[in-house]
Design a protein around this ligand. Structure first.
Ligand code: FAD
Length: 751
């Protein structure tokens, strides 16, 4: 028995579904529970692969809501957004239409770790997202609250019902067939064209009409409290058993002002899922007009904003980017908070919070020697849409009066008005080792999970899992016999999912580039090359122009490479051109900058500044290469890595050396130079990827009794029992499984 292809055993629940259909109920291919970042991508992906999809969420108005920071991307996370976009997902395109400040983080480091990030207008993001999903064919949306999942216990071989205790992960004896609802109130009017001129459904178009199906389901569910479907994706975020904390106040809620989801937690427990508890928090929101920005240092977006979507050449508000500001906490703030630690429930360390986005209380407690922490004051949108500022870096759960007090101790915030206090939320999550790499639960056939429920944190991590779970749920229900699997070498989505399902989570999981062993290959600039074709082949990319653009880009990059390859430079001409170039750069009026307390002359190339000394050293390195008298192509020089450290620098020099270079669009030049700069490393990485992929293809049965492999320790047996690796590659990813244990496992399987 293997997990590898979808075990489409809904046939044993198909009797139930057929019976319900004959009674006139709508049978959905996919139901997605929750309209957060994971749910939106899941619902849209399922609908794109052709599945008749229902999204059910507690509040239609909140679809596309950013619970915390109004920003997308960053280091690692920005790559996830590009990867979601490469598979025709929504979030990248929507950020491009709503972003108020775009920046590439890590610009002075290599392109492998570039972190595209954008600050969005919260209101525009939500409304553009709602507009986009309303236009999605095959998708219907209902407002309602789900209390339970409907699943059947079934022993396929004995053809009889069995108890939960007898069933286990190995046997996958449960199958999903729908959901139970507490309440359903209304449906969202989709941009649906299947009505006649009198705005009525005709008999021929009824079954294809998203609105008709939603209306019918709504009416039935108001009476019956059940909705039927071949697969279900749960994406309930922080709402499962959610509990809000402000100071010593504590009450059930998923987000401020929104009810927690209690029933679902209980039903997952009842189905045998292992649940854990985690926490996260958000800072207070401040009234912009009450902040004295004049005192503070501004931070500006990039001169030319880089869009997230491969389908966009620019972003909507490129000429209207907003400024963020920088301030800091101080000793007075720290001392006030430290003397009130007993006023916060959230500070207890028994529940794990996000390590890389800790609350201010935990920073003060953990790093007691630090006298200040950075705060970024980020606008929540254009002034006509929001008068709020998000103080990034001070999420906290102190009582409201203490929050207001400490805020006014901060530079620039002396008169600040707090519009909403910061708060913390504690919630249930499912142990992600309950899932396969397609985010299909091992326990219940047809049940998928994505987002914060799997122990991750962040919009991007949620969206990334959403697209995978939604596409796979759709492919499962349509009985296509294929899965969308993204492995560690395909992208950071693969790293995220592999880490979740093989290692489990002990704190909220977020993506970093360092987690990827193939990060020189899985960069933000080439996500389309890595994923678009794969998604297109499964029907997930429905926008034909996207694939055309990809093919054109491949051609253009090849052309750029070919003209560098054709241009041969002899040492004397190299020396002359390089000298001219650096002399011109160095003659530009240098900018005086305070750098580590010293005054330095800095020359800016692209967005990066260099000292005159650094540039002169670069000139010497290039000149020394010419000394061996050998003729070289420009491509050789780029691959040797001597033309500059950043792509902007290399590009400027290549433009001096190759005649038609600047006729090629910068985007193409950038991508071509990035590939070539890493050329030798990429060759090495390719051979490592081949070994990894061989391991991933080597199938292991999942119903092994690991105890029979004599040489394994008790802990190793336990780890294997939890993950039940279906390939050798997955076995190797399991934390704490030694290479010797993996070899024993392999020998046992081959014996
Ligand atoms: P969500 O965006 O939470 O969406 C869940 C959806 O499910 C909601 O629409 C909800 O209405 C719906 N739902 C829930 N239960 C039901 C039900 N029974 N029936 C129907 N619908 C249901 N991320 C960071 O990266 N950094 C942070 O600092 C950070 N801080 C946060 C602070 C707070 C207070 C919160 C709430 C979240 C924070 N996040 C943070 C997390 C970020 O918001 C989430 O990671 C992201 O939104 C998760 O997306 P999701 O789709 O999994 O869930």
């Amino acid at each position: 028995r293997f997990y590898s292809t979808p075990i489409n055993n809904y046939d044993h629940v198909s009797k139930i579904l057929q019976e319900k259909e004959s009674l006139g109920f709508v049978i959905w291919d996919v139901i997605v529970i929750g309209g957060g970042h994971a749910g939106i991508e899941a619902a849209s992906a399922a609908a794109r692969v052709g599945a008749k999809t229902l999204l059910i969420t507690t509040n239609l108005e909140k679809i596309g809501e950013m619970s915390c920071n109004p920003s997308f991307g960053g280091v690692g996370k920005g790559i996830l957004v590009r990867e979601v976009d490469a598979m025709d997902g929504l979030c990248g395109r929507i950020v491009d239409k709503s972003g108020v400040q775009f920046r590439i983080l890590n610009k002075s480091k290599g392109p492998a770790v570039y972190g595209p990030r954008a600050q969005a207008d919260r209101v525009i993001y939500k409304s553009e997202m709602q507009k986009a999903i309303k236009e999605q064919p095959n998708l219907s949306i209902i407002e309602g609250s789900v209390s339970d999942i409907l699943w059947d216990k079934f022993d396929k071989d004995a053809n009889s019902q069995i108890s939960k205790e007898e069933s286990n992960v190995e046997n996958k004896n449960y199958s999903i067939y729908g959901i139970k609802v507490d309440s359903v109130s209304k449906f969202m009017e989709m941009e649906n064209h299947s009505r006649n001129s009198a705005n009525q459904y005709t008999d021929e178009n009824k079954q294809y009409s998203e609105n008709y199906l939603a209306e019918k389901t709504l009416k039935d569910a108001q009476v019956n409290k059940k909705i039927y479907s071949k697969s279900v994706v749960i994406t309930t975020g922080t709402f499962l058993g959610g509990e809000i904390h402000i100071g010593l106040k504590c009450y059930p809620a998923g987000r401020i002002g929104e009810d927690a989801s209690i029933g679902l937690s209980a039903s997952l427990k009842e189905a045998g899922f292992k649940l854990g508890r985690m926490k996260t928090g958000t800072p207070p929101r401040l009234l912009a007009s009450s902040i004295n920005f004049n005192k503070l240092e501004g931070q500006f977006g990039d001169k030319i904003p880089s869009p997230f979507s491969f389908t966009h050449d620019s972003v909507k508000f490129a000429d209207n980017q907003l400024v963020c500001y920088k301030t800091r906490t101080n000793e007075q703030v720290h001392s006030l908070i430290a003397s009130n630690f007993d006023q916060s429930i959230h500070i207890r360390e028994t529940i794990r919070g996000p390590r890389y986005c800790p609350s201010l209380e935990s920073k003060i407690k953990r790093f007691s020697s630090k006298t200040s922490h950075l705060i970024w004051l980020e606008p929540e949108g254009f002034p006509e849409n929001s008068n709020l500022v998000y103080p990034n870096g001070i999420s906290n759960t102190m009582p409201e009066d203490i929050q207001q007090k400490f805020l006014r101790m901060v530079d620039g915030l002396e008169d600040v008005e707090m519009v909403q206090p910061g708060y913390g939320v504690e919630y249930d999550h499912v142990d992600p080792r309950e899932l396969t790499h397609s985010l299909h639960t091992k326990r219940i056939s047809g049940l998928f999970m994505a987002g914060q429920i799997n122990g991750s944190t962040g919009y991007e991590e949620a969206a990334a899992q959403g697209i995978i779970a939604g596409a796979n749920a759709g492919l499962f229900s349509l009985n296509i016999g294929k899965e969308l699997l993204v492995d560690r070498a395909d992208g950071h989505i693969g790293v995220l999912i592999d880490d979740l399902v093989t290692k489990g989570v002990f704190e909220p999981y977020r993506v970093f580039t360092a987690q990827s062993e193939y990060r020189l290959f899985t960069r933000s600039d080439n996500a389309d090359l890595r994923l678009t074709q794969k998604a297109y082949d499964l029907g997930l990319v429905t926008d034909k122009s996207r694939i055309d653009k990809l093919y054109q880009m491949i051609k253009n990059i090849e052309y750029a490479k070919s003209i560098m390859e054709k241009t041969t430079i002899n040492p004397s001409s190299l020396q002359q051109k390089v000298n001219e170039f650096f002399n011109r750069l160095l003659s530009v009026q240098p900018i005086l900058n305070d750098y580590n307390g010293k005054k330095l002359s800095l020359i800016t190339v692209g967005d990066v500044s260099y000292s005159a000394e650094q540039l002169d050293n670069r000139r010497k390195v290039i000149e020394s290469v010419g000394k061996d008298g050998q003729k070289r192509t420009v491509l050789d020089l780029v691959r040797m890595g001597i033309l500059g450290s950043t792509i902007e620098e290399i590009d400027l020099l290549v433009a001096r050396l190759v005649d038609q270079w600047e006729e090629i669009p910068y985007k193409v030049r950038f991508r071509c130079l990035t590939n070539e700069k890493y050329y030798f490393y990429l060759i090495k990485q390719e051979s490592e990827i081949n070994i990894y992929r061989k391991d991933m293809q080597l199938k292991l049965p999942i119903d092994i009794d690991y105890k029979l492999i004599g040489s394994l320790s008790k802990e190793e047996v336990e780890k294997l029992q939890i993950v039940r690796p279906s390939t050798l590659g997955i076995a190797k990813s399991i934390d704490g499984l030694t290479p010797a244990a993996v070899i024993s496992l392999l020998k046992y399987v081959k014996a």
